[in-house]
Design a binder for this molecule. Structure first.
Ligand code: ZN
Length: 187
């Protein structure tokens, strides 16, 4: 896998235990814990792409109601996946895509001694929404895309399956199990 970075999308309290709780999403926590542990050990960058909303954000006022409001407990990463403050990166976002009006792209381009990340490995929530929009923006910018199949979830099984199919078909994303991703990033 060429110059990978792990991007964890919205692994936040509000999506697991708060305002927009999705019970089935809990299953992705252990695989993602394994993935970030191995990534850190192998100097693969780990980036958290986190909703940090203002109450007036379109997504809040027109669609989902209050969730992941900047500065609240709900907007914090779940304790099981607490960022390593000495190594990991946190990039806040205000809508579905981790790239939209954020510093994510310049960060990716600055990594690997300025050679830049070539492959984004996406995990987190939700397969058919924020993961999908982040994948779109990654595709537009020329990154290769890997989706951690057991590291992403959606509201329903149908959303999950359709989400994965769309990512594979439209962005040529490689859908891989976390264990197989780990095999490729261990150096
Ligand atoms: Zn949001």
């Amino acid at each position: 896998m060429d110059k990978p970075a792990i991007i964890l999308v919205d692994m936040l309290n509000d999506f697991f235990t708060g305002a927009l709780e999705v019970k089935r999403a809990k299953a992705i926590i252990p695989p993602l814990q394994r993935l970030v542990t191995i990534a850190r050990k192998n100097d693969v960058p780990v980036i958290y792409s986190n909703d940090a909303h203002y109450p007036q954000d379109v997504e809040v006022t027109r669609k989902w109601g209050k969730h992941a409001i900047k500065g609240t407990l709900g907007a914090q990463v779940i304790p099981e996946l607490e960022p390593d403050k000495t190594k990991d990166y946190i990039v806040e976002k205000r809508t579905y895509s981790g790239f939209y009006e954020t510093g994510l792209d310049p960060l990716l381009r600055s990594l690997y001694k300025g050679e830049g990340v070539k492959t984004v490995v996406l995990g987190g929530l939700h397969t058919h929404m924020c993961v999908r929009h982040t994948a779109a923006d990654a595709f537009f910018r020329g990154y290769h895309i890997v989706i951690a199949k057991d590291g992403v979830e959606a509201f329903t099984q149908e959303d999950q399956e359709q989400g994965l199919k769309y990512l594979e078909y439209v962005y040529n994303a490689k859908i891989m199990l976390v264990n197989d991703i780990i095999r490729e990033i261990v150096r």
